[in-house]
Design a protein. Structure first.
Length: 411
């Protein structure tokens, strides 16, 4: 199967996800691909379909249902889905491969999918743009019978793949574009101009907000939702709480209780517009229930809400590294060691990395601040400082330094 991935000449491969899902193709588990709208899930399904065709699977044995297309608007609930699939596969010999894109738009979809798996109807692949789609009561129908793959917008190394033949050979200029425009694959069909990309990402944000937040949750006070989203974007990487946002709203003479703010924040994170990051006490070895941080689900979305703020480059870099770590398969938390703050604790299996992110280590005070917290942690796991400096001491008291751009393209 692997050799067929590399014959897809009209699509940029998302190799990390290809490597993750390939071992499960043809296996009796549901392949669930989640992620923010337009991060590449639909194209990824098409890649799998193409690879199956090239490996000898007949086109008629592949069923692709895209709920974003009006062609499938008639599939409203699990009964419609079940009837459509069962009618499609009548008299078709051999294994069936069923792909359902944006399945959360189908009411009670779990019932149909559970039935397909029980009856061995097809090899199942589904995508969704809602992080809670697998935690509903209905999801008990498929509990223990699925593998989830989380997709993210393009990392910087993937961004460079899309830019091949179009971009500058100056890696710093390319990173500047990435930091400004973000990682949605669709931007690469556009002219690389601020106004054009801005209109596209703004339209995408509005679609996500209206479809995946407002409509799905029946929100009436859209203005309040937008104020909360803007405040959260402006405080990405800072300690944030529902109470802090509610207090801010009061200063703006806007009514919004702590409970309402908390509910709206949960809706925004469920739609992947933001990600909530918990705080971990390294010395006490426990999660803290307060003082969490939020990061934007794509750096381009942050700029749509606030405009591109060159003065917040440290915050932009931190957000980019956070998304990079997630795309590499790490679980990410922010760290606290006594009174010291660690930007990220990245965990994968038994592997732990402590990471500090800075713009420039331009003076001794900054250097001391970034290294001090890591120096106090007395375990043997890797500790790393990332910055945009071109040169710096690569090893200080066992703490490694690396140029941030080199780190992003190094894996």
């Amino acid at each position: 199967m692997k050799s067929f991935w590399y014959s897809l000449i009209f699509m940029i491969l998302r190799e990390r996800y290809i490597k993750q899902i390939t071992p499960f193709i043809g296996k009796p588990v549901i392949k669930v691909i989640t992620g923010i709208r337009r991060c590449g899930k639909s194209t990824f399904l098409k890649m799998i379909c193409n690879s199956l065709t090239e490996s000898g699977v007949m086109q008629g044995n592949i069923i692709l249902i895209n709920k974003d297309s009006l062609d499938f608007d008639f599939i409203r609930n699990y009964l419609d889905l079940n009837n459509y699939v069962k009618n499609r596969i009548i008299n078709i010999p051999g294994k069936i491969y069923l792909f359902i894109d944006e399945i959360q738009e189908i009411e009670g979809w779990e019932k149909a999918v559970s039935g397909f798996l029980t009856d061995n109807t097809a090899d199942l692949f589904i995508t969704g743009s809602n992080s809670k789609m697998l935690s509903s009561e209905l999801a008990t129908f498929i509990s223990g019978r699925y593998i989830e793959f989380r997709m993210y917008p393009l990392t910087f190394s993937e961004f460079l793949q899309f830019r091949q033949g179009k971009g500058s050979e100056n890696i710093d200029q390319e990173f500047g574009l990435f930091m400004k425009y973000g990682g949605f694959p669709g931007i690469h069909h556009m002219e690389y101009e601020d106004e054009v990309i801005g209109q596209y990402v703004n339209s995408l944000y509005n679609t996500i907000l209206l479809k995946d937040v407002v409509a799905r949750n029946g929100i009436r006070d859209i203005a309040l939702l937008e104020k909360i989203a803007k405040f959260t974007a402006d405080n990405c990487g800072n300690i944030t709480s529902s109470k802090k946002i509610a207090d801010f709203l009061k200063t703006q003479k806007v009514s919004g209780s702590v409970d309402t703010v908390q509910n709206y924040l949960q809706m925004l994170t469920t739609a992947f517009i933001f990600a909530k990051v918990n705080r971990f006490d390294i010395k006490g070895k426990r999660l803290l229930e307060i003082h969490e941080k939020y990061y934007s689900g794509d750096i381009g979305l942050k700029h749509i809400l606030l405009g591109y703020k060159t003065g917040d480059i440290s915050g932009h870099l931190e957000n980019i590294v956070y998304l990079e770590l997630l795309s590499r398969g790490f679980k990410v938390e922010i760290g606290k060691y006594i009174e010291q703050e660690i930007d990220f604790i990245a965990t994968k299996g038994n592997e732990i990395n402590y990471i500090q992110v800075a713009y420039l280590l331009h003076d001794q005070k900054t250097i001391e601040r970034e290294y001090r917290a890591l120096e106090k942690i007395n375990d043997n796991f890797p500790k790393l400082v990332l910055s945009m400096d071109k040169f710096h001491d690569p090893n200080r008291a066992g703490i490694q330094w690396e140029n941030l751009i080199e780190y992003l393209i190094g894996n």
